[in-house]
Design a protein. Structure first.
Length: 178
């Protein structure tokens, strides 16, 4: 932790934003072994090593973990006067394997659970090369649809339908005409 904080400080002195991200990301591969105590310690280490109340939900199977511990810990930080930010990742295998409905459900779940109380960023990372583009577009469209600010719960799951996107070749052809 001291090295992370030193890196952040030195970067700031040079006008560079350095990020010590996911220093303690919870990544239990067997959801039945989920341990809220271990998750809490991961969150505590991560916040301490970043020097900021940023809760990282990165590479784990967050679509299968309960979010109660994250909410409770975030509330504790807020009660101390801190502005809490949650970085909510969509699991790369879920993004690859789908189905689209499950991807959309999990984007909405993160937003509905965390956005009412905390700053929230949804991110996609380490996307496998064989991920269908439709899955990526569905995740992004769902984040745009359900993540409008100010946050408002939308109980209209049937109303949201991901829209098809142009192919990469069609996209590039449009770029070439500009």
């Amino acid at each position: 932790m001291p090295w992370n904080l030193h890196l952040l400080q030195k970067g700031g002195e040079m006008g560079v934003y350095a990020a010590a991200v996911a220093t303690a990301d919870y990544c239990e591969e067997q959801p039945e072994k989920f341990d809220a105590g271990i998750l809490r310690r991961c969150l505590e280490i991560s916040v301490a090593s970043q020097g900021a109340p940023v809760l990282m939900l990165g590479m784990g199977r967050w679509h299968e973990y309960p979010l109660d511990t994250v909410v409770e810990y975030g509330r504790e930080l807020k009660s101390q006067g801190q502005q809490v930010v949650v970085m909510g990742g969509i699991n790369a295998r879920l993004l690859r394997d789908g189905p689209v409905e499950k991807i959309v459900f999990n984007v909405k779940r993160l937003i509905d659970t965390l956005a009412p109380e905390f700053g929230l960023t949804i991110f996609l990372a380490n996307i496998p090369a064989d991920t269908p583009p439709e899955h990526v577009h569905a995740a992004i469209q769902a984040a745009h649809y359900y993540g409008q600010l100010p946050y408002q719960f939308r109980d209209d799951g049937a109303a949201f339908k991901p829209q098809p996107r142009e192919s990469f070749a069609e996209f590039m052809a449009q770029i070439d005409t500009l």
